[in-house]
Ligand binder design. Structure first.
Ligand code: CO
Ligand code: CO
Length: 471
C-alpha cells in the first residue's frame, strides 16, 4: 500500500508545483496521503475528482474556529490554509489506477488554479489575515457553532435605538423595529450552501427557510431581496436561473415578490433572502414569553439534517429524499396564522441549532423550565437508521454539546435519540408555547392546513433557570 501511496505522491509532485504535504512524512499511515493545494479550497477540488478515493482532512478537522490560532500553531502558509485533501489507497489498488488518479487530480488542480487570482503569500503578521480568505471555514463548509456565536455577539454592543423592539439580546429569529404606534417592521436575513442536489428545490427551500423567521415572530412578509454566491466559472448560469425560479415560486406562494438582490462570484453556491415584513407591535411573538403550563407544539418532523447528510452521501432512497424536500419547502405561514389566532405566548422556528438548541433559547429567554417527551417528537422514519449508522451532520454534535448544561436526560434515552433531538435542521417547523387548554384545537387546526406532522411534544413547567428535562 505504501508503494502505491508513494507512487501517487511522486506522480502528483511531478505534475504540480502547488502542493504541500501535510502530516508527518514518516509517521503517517501507509495507505494515506494528505495534501494541501495552494489557493484551492479542499471541498471544491473534491467535487471535481469524485472518481478518486479522497476526503477532506486535517486543517479543518480541528474544533477550533479561531483561525489565527490554528494557523499559527500549524505554521501553515495562508495560501495553503483552505483545507487538506486526504487520498487513500487500498490493498488492491493497482499502479494503473494510481496513474489514472494522478492525471485526474492534476488536471482538476491545474484547472482550478487557473481560475483563481493569486492568493497572498506567507503570513508575517496575523493582523494581515483577510477574513475573505476564510469564507469556507478552512475548507469545510462549517457553520459557526452556537457557542462561538454567543460569545462573539456578547462582545458587540447592543443597539440603543428605542424603536428597536426586538434586537440581538434574546437570540430571536428576526429583529423588530417600531415605525409608529400601530406598526413595526420585522426583518431577517438567512442564506446557506446547497442542502439538496436540485437547484430549483434548493432555491425553494432556502426561500421557505428565510421567510420562516418572519412567521416565527407572528409577522407578515412584504417583500424580499436575494443574496447569491455563485461559482460562474464552474457551473452554467442555468443553474442560477433554476435556483432563482425555485425561490420566486416559493415567494409567490407566500404572496410576496423578490424585488432585487446582490450576487458575488464564489467558490460554492450560496442562496438566501433578506425578508422585510410587518407586525403589530403589540402582538409580536418572541421566544421570551412562554408561561407556566404552556404546551409545547412542534409543527414539522425533525431529522432533516441527518437525512440531508444521507442525501449528500447517496444513502437516502427516493421516497425519503422527496419527503425531506417536501418538508423543507413547506412554508411556516399557515402554522403562524394558526398560532396567532389561538393566542400563542411565544414561538421560534427550529433551524440550525436543532430542536433542543432552539428550545433552550426559549427556556432561557422565558426563564422557564420545560419537559420534552422524546417519544412524542415527530421524527422522519429513516433519520433514526441513519443516525444509528453515524450519518450525522457536523453541526449536530456541536448542538448537543451546546445544550449539555441545560438538559437532563432520562437514562433510557439512547445517544441516537439525543443526536436527533439536537439535529441541525434546515427550514424546520415552528416551536410554539400555547396555553395548554388550546393544544387540541391547535393540533386540529394545523392538521386541517395539511401539517400532519404537528405534535404536542412537551410542556413548560415552572419558572426556573431554563432547564430542559427529556423524559
Ligand atoms: Co429562526
Ligand atoms: Co434563520
Amino acid at each position: 500500500m505504501k508503494n502505491m501511496r508513494d507512487r501517487l505522491q511522486h506522480g502528483l509532485e511531478q505534475k504540480l508545483s502547488n502542493i504541500r504535504l501535510s502530516g508527518h512524512p514518516d509517521k503517517r499511515l501507509p495507505n494515506t496521503l494528505s495534501l494541501a493545494f495552494r489557493g484551492i479550497e479542499a471541498n471544491t477540488l473534491l467535487s471535481e475528482i469524485e472518481e478518486v478515493a479522497a476526503s477532506p482532512g486535517a486543517a479543518c478537522h480541528t474544533d477550533k474556529v479561531d483561525v489565527s490560532h490554528v494557523l499559527e500553531a500549524m505554521k501553515v502558509p495562508l495560501e495553503f490554509a483552505m483545507g487538506t485533501v486526504r487520498f487513500s489507497t487500498g490493498k488492491k489498488t493497482t499502479a494503473e489506477e494510481i496513474d489514472k488518479a494522478v492525471d485526474i487530480v492534476a488536471q482538476a488542480a491545474l484547472r482550478l488554479e487557473a481560475e483563481r487570482s493569486p492568493v497572498t503569500g506567507r503570513i508575517k503578521d496575523l493582523k494581515e489575515i483577510k477574513l475573505t480568505h476564510y469564507t469556507h471555514g478552512l475548507g469545510c463548509a462549517c457553520k459557526l457553532r452556537p457557542q462561538v456565536l454567543e460569545e462573539i455577539l456578547g462582545k458587540v454592543p447592543l443597539p440603543k435605538d428605542p424603536n428597536v423592539l426586538v434586537g440581538t439580546n434574546t437570540a430571536d429569529d428576526a429583529c423588530v423595529y417600531r415605525l409608529d404606534k400601530n406598526s413595526a417592521l420585522v426583518q431577517t436575513v438567512d442564506f446557506f450552501t446547497p442542502i439538496v442536489d436540485d437547484p430549483y428545490h434548493f432555491g425553494a427551500i432556502s426561500a421557505a427557510n428565510s421567510l420562516s423567521d418572519i412567521y416565527a415572530m407572528g409577522g407578515k412578509p412584504l417583500f424580499a431581496l436575494s443574496i447569491v454566491g455563485f461559482p460562474s466559472a464552474r457551473l452554467p448560469l442555468e443553474v442560477l436561473h433554476r435556483i432563482l425560479s425555485g425561490a420566486q415560486d416559493k415567494a409567490n406562494q407566500a404572496g410576496i415578490s423578490i424585488i432585487g438582490g446582490h450576487t458575488v462570484d464564489d467558490t460554492e453556491p450560496k442562496y438566501g433572502l433578506a425578508v422585510t415584513g410587518i407586525v403589530d407591535p403589540g402582538r409580536v411573538l418572541t421566544n421570551s414569553n412562554a408561561q407556566s403550563d404552556d404546551a409545547i407544539i412542534l409543527t414539522k418532523p425533525i431529522g432533516l439534517g441527518i437525512v440531508s447528510t444521507a442525501i449528500k452521501r447517496g444513502l437516502a432512497d427516493e421516497e425519503t429524499t422527496r419527503l425531506a424536500i417536501q418538508i423543507m419547502s413547506q412554508l411556516n405561514q399557515k402554522a403562524s396564522e394558526v398560532m396567532l389566532r389561538l393566542g400563542a405566548h411565544a414561538a421560534t422556528d427550529v433551524t440550525g441549532f436543532g430542536l433542543l438548541g432552539h428550545l433552550k433559547e426559549m427556556t432561557k429567554a422565558s426563564k422557564m423550565d420545560a419537559v420534552i417527551y422524546h417519544d412524542r417528537v415527530p421524527i422522519i422514519r429513516q433519520a433514526k437508521e441513519f443516525a444509528g449508522d453515524g450519518v450525522v451532520p457536523g453541526g449536530t454534535p456541536s448542538n448537543l454539546e451546546f445544550v449539555a448544561d441545560s438538559v437532563e436526560w432520562d437514562e433510557r434515552i439512547s445517544k441516537t435519540i439525543q443526536l436527533i433531538l439536537a439535529d441541525a435542521q434546515t427550514s424546520g417547523g415552528l416551536l410554539i408555547a400555547l396555553p395548554s387548554a388550546r393544544k387540541d384545537e391547535m393540533l386540529e387546526a394545523l392538521k386541517e392546513e395539511g401539517l400532519n406532522g404537528a405534535a404536542h411534544i412537551g410542556d413548560f413547567t415552572t419558572p426556573g433557570t431554563g432547564k430542559i428535562s427529556v423524559a
